[in-house]
Ligand binder design. Structure first.
Ligand code: MG
Length: 168
């Protein structure tokens, strides 16, 4: 049995904040304004995993009104979702992500981000490097992303229910 999950996240950008993408801090003059570390990619991936098993969304599991989650690394949210998905008997087949960001060029970091995401998931699933895709685009000057005021991540995941060996 297969399941697809779709995740989306966006954050405002502000001067002097760290820019977290996929558990990596990317050198940049701006970063996400957020209650947690604002890592859009990990938030969208967390939502995609939760969505694939109809287990709600990141806001339900980690409400931003709860001071326990203030400035927490988003890897914690991802691990929670991955564990929940695994406990339901699913393995992760692949991750495909697009990051929309205008002024900071991500091309030098895409592979490093993919490897970091693979490492963050390794406690749960031992994925092949070819199973994680990180793509980056600009918005060509359109909307808040195009104005350099925001960052967006979109993620699709495929899950399979089986006893296959990458389900640790
Ligand atoms: Mg978020």
């Amino acid at each position: 049995m297969f399941r697809v999950g779709l995740g989306f996240d966006n954050h405002r950008l502000a001067n002097g904040r760290p820019l977290w993408i996929g558990g990596l801090e990317i050198p940049a003059p701006v970063g996400e304004l957020a209650h947690s570390d604002g890592d859009v990619l990990l938030h969208a991936l967390t939502d995609a995993l939760l969505g694939a098993v109809a287990a709600g969304d990141i806001g339900e599991h980690f409400p931003d009104s709860d001071p326990r989650w203030k400035d927490q690394p988003s890897a914690l949210f991802l691990r929670h979702a991955a564990t929940l998905v695994r406990e339901k008997g699913f393995l992760l087949v692949n991750v495909d992500a697009t990051i929309l960001l205008e002024k900071v060029k991500l091309s030098p970091y895409k592979r490093v981000i993919a490897e970091k995401v693979r490492e963050l998931l390794r406690d749960t699933w031992d994925l092949d490097p070819g199973a994680i895709s990180i793509k980056a685009k600009t918005m060509e000057g359109c909307d808040a992303v195009g104005a350099g005021e925001a960052i967006v991540a979109q993620v699709v995941v495929l899950l399979e229910k089986s006893q296959a060996s990458n389900n640790l």
